[in-house]
Ligand binder design. Structure first.
Ligand SMILES: Nc1ncnc2c1ncn2[C@@H]1O[C@H](COP(=O)(O)OP(=O)(O)OP(=O)(O)O)[C@@H](O)[C@H]1O
Ligand SMILES: [Mg+2]
Length: 246
């Protein structure tokens, strides 16, 4: 398939991937999960990475979130190649500049929704009062103010993912990476979760990158990056993004 692309607007990149390749060793063999990846993600974008199983979506999300390093090529954040950062600098970048949302929600089962959302703030040394205020406010934003004292097992899948979105947003990171955040949800709830992320993208200017294998979820995205066999075969800015910029 032909690589498709069109021009984007903001010249200020949040993250740049140059000639990125990621291989995994499996015994004697090497599996190339991604190759020839050239990308620039700008502030405020709402990006879907989509493609079939095994196309490299998780590998790309992990690299963009700097949870992983490329085998070859460069990943540049804030003008710096992450390969040249110390481990402490890399984890500082991850802790302060990236929020993560996962397919299985990854909430802590013994904590309430409120406590789960408070946790990233508490870990940063924020006071209990301030953490609690911020967490309550963002739980209200995701429509869960009345569920704040419930534990994850008393919430539906969609509600748990809303808590996870609140937890990712509570520290106000510029970038949120979500690897298949809707894979465990029914199609209606999945659409609601994408719409919720899009709402925060508009209201807070947070950059979102989420992966999906579901083409139905691409309606509202501002940019779609399609992967096939570890390569980008399409990188398209849609009218949804132009509407947002105007
Ligand atoms: N830790 C690993 N060790 C070996 N091979 C891996 C590893 N992780 C991923 N791969 C391989 O890399 C390729 C891309 O995998 P990746 O998980 O990124 O795809 P994906 O698009 O996220 O798939 P899915 O939709 O099933 O989650 C696949 O061939 C996969 O088998
Ligand atoms: Mg995956």
């Amino acid at each position: 398939m032909q690589l498709q692309s069109n021009k984007r607007l903001d010249p200020m990149p949040l993250i740049t991937l140059k000639q990125v390749k990621r291989c995994y060793r499996l015994g004697q063999t090497s599996i190339t999960a991604l190759s020839d990846i050239n990308l620039q993600i700008e502030q405020g974008e709402f990006v879907a990475v989509w493609g079939p199983s095994g196309s490299g979506k998780s590998t790309l999300c992990n690299l963009i979130g700097t949870l992983d390093n490329p085998t070859f090529g460069q990943i540049i954040v804030n003008g710096r190649n992450i390969a040249e950062m110390t481990d402490a600098e890399q984890s500082d970048h991850r802790n302060h500049s990236v929020g993560f949302i996962f397919q299985r929600f990854n909430l802590i089962s013994v904590l309430t929704a409120l406590e789960n959302v408070c946790l990233p703030l508490t870990l940063r040394g924020e006071s209990k009062t301030v953490s609690s205020q911020k967490a309550r406010s963002i739980l209200a934003d995701v429509g869960l103010e009345t569920e704040a004292d419930r534990r994850p097992d008393k919430l539906s899948g969609g509600q748990q993912q809303r808590v996870a979105i609140a937890r990712a947003l509570v520290t106000e990171p510029p970038l949120i990476v979500a690897d298949e955040p809707t894979a465990n949800l029914d199609s209606k709830t999945a659409e609601q979760i994408v719409a919720l992320m899009r709402r925060f993208n508009h209201s807070l200017g947070t950059t979102f990158i989420f992966s999906t294998h579901d083409e139905h979820l691409l309606k509202e995205v501002g940019r779609r990056i399609r992967l096939h066999d570890g390569r980008i075969i399409e990188d398209i800015v849609t009218t949804a993004n132009e509407k947002q910029v105007c």
